[in-house]
Design a protein around this ligand. Structure first.
Ligand SMILES: [Fe+2]
Length: 274
């Protein structure tokens, strides 16, 4: 376990190469990397270059690297004359991709789906949650629906994140869950029957839940990216308050009272889709 991350000053990816000079020229001239260090001066064996948030250490070796670098581009077509895959002299592949990948919604393939409670397996998903797949066929990739369960109540090991989706809805089937959303006021509690529509890319975090929480989540498209948001703290520093501890005398099975949440209808906290 790392106990003092402040001691780490940086990170480099090491790429072995038989022809250091040609590989260095490729990264500098074709891709705009800058030389930061090279040594020894009389017969260079190592060159450190940096660019686009990446630091590479090119080391002369008896064999080339077979790694692959994804170069995130605003307009990939304008970077290397339209080429989307370059190969450095040392064999490293450089894939030119869009930095902001568009959300693609596949055509709907209608299907009758009956999902029985006892049919599906529960799989371990993100942040310690269990997922039951309600649409295994994904309707052509357009929709995913999940029955999500948190067996044990208490703090949820979630982090601030967002989803690149077109549509997302969460319905609380049983229990309660405490959430916080960017620009939607203080944390609030969803209770049985409450529903939230999450606009695309809204930053949010699950804070804690009752034992046996169950929610139904529907999203489009089925396959979408989830990103951690490391630049935003939710809730803001100093405003974290445990719903369980706020519920004086609560066993954890009942929704918390007196914590600022409406308690019943959450209409004021329901965001509308973009
Ligand atoms: Fe989420």
């Amino acid at each position: 376990m790392i106990t003092d991350k402040s001691q780490i000053a940086g990170a480099e990816v090491v790429l072995p190469c038989r022809d250091l000079e040609a590989t260095l020229a490729f990264f500098k001239d074709r891709l705009g990397f800058q030389l930061e260090a090279i040594f020894p001066a009389d017969a260079p064996a190592v060159a450190v270059i940096a660019g686009h948030g990446l630091r590479l250490r090119l080391e002369r070796a008896g064999e080339d690297a077979s790694g692959r670098i994804r170069l995130l581009c605003r307009e990939p077509e304008g970077v290397a004359g339209g080429e989307r895959m370059l190969v450095a002299p040392n064999g490293t592949h450089i894939e030119l991709v869009e930095a902001d990948t568009p959300v693609v919604v596949p055509p709907l393939k209608p299907e009758f789906v009956l999902s029985r409670m006892g049919d599906g397996a529960w799989d371990a998903g993100r942040a310690g949650m269990l997922y039951r797949d309600l649409i295994p066929g994904r309707l052509g990739g357009r929709f995913i629906a999940s029955h999500i369960r948190i067996a044990e109540g208490g703090p949820v090991p979630d982090y601030v994140h967002f989803h690149k989706i077109r549509f997302q809805m969460i319905f609380c089937r049983t229990g309660w869950v405490r959430l916080v959303y960017e620009d939607q006021g203080p944390p609030f509690v969803m209770q049985t029957g409450d529903c939230v529509l999450q606009p695309p890319q809204i930053r949010h975090r699950v804070l804690e839940s009752s034992p046996g929480l169950e929610v139904i989540e529907l999203a489009c498209p089925a396959v979408h990216e989830t990103f951690a948001e490391n630049l935003l703290t939710l809730p803001p520093q100093g405003s974290i308050r445990s719903a369980t501890s706020a519920a004086s005398g609560s066993s954890g099975m009942s929704p918390p009272k007196g914590d600022g949440s409406p308690g019943g209808s959450q209409a004021s906290n329901v965001a509308t889709p973009a």
